[in-house]
Design a protein. Structure first.
Length: 202
């Protein structure tokens, strides 16, 4: 939306000042054409798969090359069996190799952090969510800031073991909010018309 243009106020369009909960509420007028709806289970699942594939393309070659260079004592070739090191005791590694393993895991953790928190706060959603016309917003229908995105990321990780409960909440809940959405005060919405997905709700 260019500066100076009047806000579009066609029926069902999410505008500034309208809360996400009211915009996606099923209690809207019967004849109102909705532009957004709560992000449902299957669009969010597909978005997760897309994000996993993107991250896999980046992370798997790095992990494979790293394991190929960190062959523990007594093992032939870690590159031919990159997961074999999981079965061996830590004593098979030198202190330098253990340090490198810790650095690898720390690097992957930082990659995940900036991939999700950065895209949520800058683009409004991860690449997978953008493909599925999903956006993460606050209760004012605005793109979440870095702080709220960071809170959502940690709540999602901390309560990850409750993913079956979150999945049921997204599948059958009224507003399709998972546990981490409730705790972080966020909503996942889906644009029914992908052409409107670039609308700036701010």
């Amino acid at each position: 939306m260019k500066c100076g243009q009047p806000l579009r106020t066609s029926p069902g369009l999410l505008v500034a000042g309208q809360s996400a909960s009211s915009a996606i509420s099923p209690s809207s007028q019967a004849k109102t054409h909705r532009v957004v709806q709560p992000g449902g289970f299957f669009p969010r699942l597909i978005a997760i798969i897309i994000d996993a594939l993107i991250l896999g393309v980046v992370a798997v070659p790095i992990i494979y090359l790293f394991l190929a260079q960190t062959t523990p004592t007594g093992q032939s070739n870690a590159a031919l069996d990159p997961l074999r090191w999981l079965r061996g005791p830590g004593s098979q590694y030198t202190p330098e190799q253990l340090t490198q393993l810790a650095q690898l895991f720390a690097g992957i953790a930082i990659l995940l952090l900036f991939y999700y928190v950065g895209t949520w706060s800058i683009l409004g959603g991860s690449p997978g969510q953008l493909v599925m016309s999903l956006r993460i917003v606050d209760d004012s229908a605005k793109t979440v800031g870095f702080g709220r995105a960071l809170l959502r990321y940690f709540m999602k990780g901390f309560f990850g073991f409750l993913w079956p409960v979150s999945a049921l909440m997204v599948a059958f809940g009224k507003d399709k909010r998972a546990i981490h959405d409730l705790l972080a005060g966020t909503y996942v919405i889906q644009f029914l018309d992908p052409k409107l997905a670039d609308f700036d709700s701010v």
